[in-house]
Ligand binder design. Structure first.
Ligand code: MLT
Length: 304
């Protein structure tokens, strides 16, 4: 019998992959063989010494002390690509939010009061105030061509955007998954200097922390847009604020609560909704449960 401790609610479709005759799965369990986790921060908890594997029902692993576990020989499995479609859809929504000022205009419309005539006047003013732009012909830079980045690049290309991708570690296989309209930039600076909008899809590592920096934002085209649906630390928020205030940046759309920027009229900040669809939760749980099972029962290691 394998004992699996769950630290978050894991989709039942995933848990069904661990049959009851061979697995005991519970949120409170002594001496577990494995841990299944979504977003719970495992850095701050004592991991029982009985644990021989950790599975994350998601893509990133920065809520898990991977280095410490590796030293103990405990593999950490994740679910790469299982939520890529969900994240892609929200990023594409983010492009429209920015281009058409949707959140700001909605806020404006909700606050309209007065007679029908007064509202008609305000509607006319709103139409002028929130003039947007269309995506075809604009250039989108996609930083990081992993599962999500490739999906975003291809979808933006289908919307008629010019797309520039950059990933120093791109594999031949990934390059083949890019539609023919997606061009690869020579460097990050090259990408920033040729784009109207930039979206980041890299993990948060020492090398990527703050790499959407003041210097790079200066290279972006006037009234550019930055989208961050990856991890908060990848973008230097003070530099974003400075660029917004200087009128250089037109909008910042991110998938994290942000104390510094939350009241800024040109910022839309969501509560990490990228992978929050029923489908993505199921896909991640199924992928990681299968991987964990393969390791526990056969000793195979994949997605670690
Ligand atoms: C992920 O790493 O899979 C996403 O950020 C989703 C999440 O953490 O819930």
């Amino acid at each position: 019998m394998f004992r699996v401790l769950t630290l978050n609610n894991i989709s039942v479709r995933g848990l069904e992959r661990l049959p009851r005759d061979r697995y005991e799965v519970a949120s409170a369990l002594s001496d577990p063989d494995a841990v299944l986790v979504r977003s719970a921060d495992m850095h701050s908890i004592d991991i029982p010494s009985s644990v021989i594997a950790v599975g994350r029902a998601g893509a990133g692993t920065n809520n898990i002390p991977v280095a410490r576990l590796s030293e103990l020989g405990v593999p950490v499995f994740n679910a790469p690509g299982a939520n890529a479609n969900a994240v892609k859809e929200l990023v594409i929504a983010g492009l429209f939010l920015a281009a058409r000022n949707i959140c700001q205009a909605w806020d404006y419309a909700r606050q309209l009061t007065g007679s029908d005539e007064e509202i008609d006047v305000a509607v006319e003013q709103g139409k002028k105030k929130f003039v947007g732009y269309e995506l075809p012909g604009r250039t989108l830079g996609v930083i990081g061509l992993g599962a999500v980045g490739v999906e975003v690049a291809n979808a933006a290309h289908l919307l008629g955007m010019r797309v520039l991708g950059f990933d120093p570690q791109i594999t031949v296989q990934r390059a083949w998954q890019l539609s023919s309209g997606v061009e690869q930039a020579l460097s990050l600076d090259d990408l920033f200097s040729r784009c109207d909008m930039v979206t980041v899809h890299v993990p948060l590592l020492e090398g990527t922390r703050g790499f959407v920096s003041a210097a790079r934002l200066r290279l972006l085209k006037e009234k550019g847009v930055v989208l961050n649906f990856s991890r908060a630390g990848i973008v230097d928020e003070s530099a974003i604020l400075e660029a917004l205030e200087a009128g250089k940046l037109g909008a910042y759309i991110c998938d994290f609560p942000t104390r510094l920027l939350k009241n800024h009229p040109k910022v839309v900040a969501l509560p990490h909704l990228g992978a929050s669809t029923g489908e993505a939760e199921e896909n991640c749980a199924i992928m990681v449960a299968d991987t964990l099972k393969d390791f526990l029962e056969n000793g195979n290691i994949r997605h670690s």
